[in-house]
Design a protein around this ligand. Structure first.
Ligand code: FAD
Length: 269
């Protein structure tokens, strides 16, 4: 698998700052940008301001920061999961209709678990047979769009992806979690480390959802949390409820109709 950050929209932190500032300032965006460009707002102030805003639920400015990735040699099994993300991300994927794979043997992705189970050789034999049949089908005049029907989930594929920061955070929430499948987890971890090389201030927020800069706790099942290596350092939601009930001045319980009325009637909470 290879993952490369090919580009990102220029001045991402400044864009985030200007986007947020526009919401909370009487100054116009032009005035805000003049301050940024003349460095009347320094880099540290920009970082601090963004860090404060990222603690809130005001997430739409994050959509104004965009990354482009080149990703290759991931499996079709991964790609099927990846393309389920539908908001704030745009994919171009290598076609099995227009590309005729010419290699004698396709570079199939093989999970380590097959080797561990002692079935690695059989896996290799089967995928080699598939490659041979695929090649014979093409040679016999079967169009690539039909020859591909024999290709398995292990078949390799490539992506050119554009994704905004808001969606990248969401993808990391889900796919850096150990509940996610290993291959997509590895790919998203590589996307994160690519961003970290050039924008460490941004990468610090790219965490699984239990991370201290994200939701902060695990909302998966208690059973999964117990198995997770991060469970040693990040709490499960049930633990937080236990603590709330133990030390809070109130006890957590289901919301009643009376509480809905209170929410409706209160002008400001
Ligand atoms: C551990 C794991 C197991 C999974 N198992 C399965 C499975 O067994 N079967 C299966 O089919 N899929 C499975 N999925 C895929 C999952 O159901 C989603 O398709 C995938 O996570 C991407 O969906 P998203 O809502 O996060 O999309 P994104 O596009 O990444 O969503 C971005 C954000 O926009 C919101 N959003 C997106 N579209 C809408 C909309 N139409 N209306 C309102 N809000 C929207 C989302 O809630 C999210 O906050 C699994 C995913 C994970 C992480």
């Amino acid at each position: 698998m290879a993952v490369r950050l090919v580009d990102f929209a220029a001045m991402p932190l400044e864009k985030l700052y200007a986007a947020y500032r526009t919401c909370y300032s009487s100054e116009s965006p032009v005035e805000i940008w003049e301050k940024i460009r003349s460095e009347r707002i320094n880099h540290d102030r920009i970082r601090q301001f963004i860090a404060e805003r990222l603690k809130t639920g005001h997430a739409s400015p994050l959509e104004q920061v965009v990354f482009w990735f080149a990703i290759s040699n991931v499996s079709r099994s991964l790609s099927h999961q990846f393309v389920r993300h539908r908001i704030g991300i745009s994919f171009e994927q290598q076609s099995q209709r227009y590309v005729k794979f010419k290699e004698n043997r396709l570079a199939y992705v093989m999970p380590e678990s097959w080797n561990r189970a002692g079935l690695g050789e059989e896996y290799e034999e089967l995928t080699a047979k598939i490659s041979a049949l695929y090649a014979r089908a093409l040679a016999a005049g079967v169009p690539a769009e039909d020859a591909r029907f024999v290709l398995p989930n292990a078949a390799p594929t490539n992506f050119h992806v554009m994704v905004n920061f808001a969606e990248m955070l969401h993808i990391c929430d889900l796919r850096l979690c150990v509940r996610a499948q290993w291959e997509i987890r590895r790919m998203v971890a590589l996307m994160r480390s690519e961003i970290k090389k050039v924008l460490p201030e941004v990468a610090v927020y790219l965490q699984p959802k239990c991370g201290e800069n994200r939701m902060g706790y695990c909302d998966e099942s208690l059973e999964d949390w117990r198995k997770c290596p991060l469970g040693k350092v990040r709490p499960h939601k049930s633990v937080l409820f236990d603590l709330y009930n133990l030390y809070g001045s109130h006890k957590a319980r289901a919301l009643s109709e009376r509480e809905y009325h209170e929410v409706e009637e209160k002008e400001q909470i």
